[in-house]
Design a protein around this ligand. Sequence first.
Ligand code: GRG
Length: 319
Amino acid sequence: MTSSVSRTASVQDATQTATQTAETKAFDLKDYLKQQQALVEAALDRSITTVYPEKIYESMRYSLMAGGKRLRPILCLATCELSGGSLEMAMPTACALEMIHTMSLIHDDLPAMDNDDYRRGKLTNHKVYGDDVAILAGDGLLAYAFEYVATQTQQVPPERLLRVVAKLGRAVGAAGLVGGQVVDLACEGQPDVSLETLNFIHRHKTGALLEASVLCGAILAGANEADQLRLARYAQLIGLAFQIVDDVLDITATQEELGKTAGKDLQAQKVTYPSLWGVEESRRQANQLIAEAKAELAPFGQLAQPLMAIADYITARKH
Ligand code: GRG
């Protein structure tokens, strides 16, 4: 692992270099996201080939290649680079994060859960392939994510890889996505859900995988404990802000903008941040969380420009 002394020195060196060029070259987030999305799309496309039994691979690819912002892989790549690692080291984990995220969307859309017809601007997986295949496609993507990290990661010491696998497992299971989803389902139709419960749901349903995305990149690159802590706090703060914005968009955006049914929360009479605080206060809270998240990045200086810009994008996004 990089020592904190050499870490600080390298951050300072890089900060100075970056500061020198900052005036002439402003960071272009749109350009950065486009470039990183293209890299992720290509890597995802290579990750699964269609072989016998074709139906299941087609179903897995249908949802995996259906677009989406690719936020989780991009966060993983960005923190790996910030921590001194390369894109190559992090790409298999970045793909695995998107496989896990995609499987959670497939299962979330099933009639037994949210019962949605559209996702990412297309019919949901079960609408095309049926509930049975959609369940199996989710299972297939989840298992493959772990296989993919374990077999495809290169130039990373095995002990770091082991920590990444453990971090992913925790983010997916009852201590993460699954736990958040269970509480969310239990709260359905209940008008008196507390802010504490709402925070629990979203820290687990949305926050856990975003945090794993950020931390896995840092772990792969060998970031020190202090930097990992800072990055974890950054991730927790943007995770909550991300969900608040998601809730606001459910009210203010159209189906075309969202690529999924709009107004679902209101329709289901779900307790959300805007239903507790109103839209304006929700936006204010999200902006406050983003400001706090960015403050965590201060010690990284200009090296953290991508993560700073991604934080701003979370509140500015329209879908
Ligand atoms: C994980 C084993 C396992 C089962 C799934 C269904 C379930 C358990 C969990 C629900 C997880 C879920 C749907 C969380 C919502 C997360 C969220 C805010 C999704 C939208 O993310 P975006 O905006 O979507 O990044 P795109 O399409 O851009 O990738």
